[in-house]
Design a protein around this ligand. Structure first.
Ligand SMILES: Cc1cc2nc3c(=O)[nH]c(=O)nc-3n(C[C@H](O)[C@H](O)[C@H](O)COP(=O)(O)O)c2cc1C
Length: 200
């Protein structure tokens, strides 16, 4: 599928076939494509929890306003971010880059993040959001559908997935075989409200 078509046809789907499962090759392809996403300083803050356990899915659904996507989708990812990714052997993020790039960016990363907790959080959300979007478009191109979710109790879901310290949940992402078409696209704001030339 052409990338334009995947972008145009991706919708947030609420109803999935609970009997459908991804095979291992499809799951691997989805992850292989996902990690190609861009991230600031290539720090790859994203951490994905692939929730396979049926009972755990039921508990997460209870913490997610009973949204059926949580139990019925073929795959449910809790898309998280490691806020301290920038501290964790950052030289590996550039191990294949030219030496001068490594020398520039690796020490810069520490200085950039060290004293700014808000920036660390923003960057985690940015990276997690970008990987989630890559996964939504990849799923569409593979013939599947998806739904990003933020309608859940983050404290309870953090507890259920045993979220480590210095990690946050950015969203959940359900992926699977749709059983019901999305309603018509809900409506876009006017370009004049979202697109500016040079300044606001
Ligand atoms: C971060 C985020 C969280 C969302 N949370 C939910 C959710 O909890 N449940 C849901 O049904 N849809 C959720 N949505 C889907 C939006 O409602 C949907 O993207 C929007 O209405 C546009 O429709 P479309 O995705 O079909 O184009 C979420 C979307 C985003 C980006």
């Amino acid at each position: 599928m052409h990338v334009f078509q995947a972008i145009r046809e991706r919708r947030s789907i609420k109803n999935f076939n609970p009997l459908h499962r991804f095979n291992e090759n499809e799951e691997n392809l989805l992850i292989e494509l996902a990690v190609q996403s861009p991230s600031s300083f290539n720090a790859q803050h994203w951490r994905l929890v692939n929730v396979k356990d049926t009972e755990l899915r039921k508990k997460i659904r209870a913490a997610a306003a009973d949204q059926p996507q949580v139990t019925d989708s073929s795959l449910l990812f809790v898309v998280c971010a490691d806020l301290k990714a920038w501290q964790k052997s950052p030289d590996r993020y550039y191990r294949n880059a030219p030496q001068d790039i490594q020398d520039l960016l690796v020490p810069w990363m520490g200085r950039f993040y060290e004293y700014d907790d808000q920036l660390q959080r923003d960057e985690g959300i940015r990276s997690a959001t970008l990987i989630a979007h890559t996964m939504m478009l990849s799923a569409k191109a593979m013939g599947y559908d998806s739904c990003p979710l933020i309608g859940f109790d983050p404290v309870e879901v953090s507890r259920l997935i045993k979220l480590p310290d210095n990690h946050i949940i950015a969203m959940m992402l359900a992926i699977g075989e749709s059983t019901k078409q999305a309603w018509p696209k809900p409506g876009y704001i006017d370009r004049a409200e979202m697109l500016f030339e040079d300044t606001f």
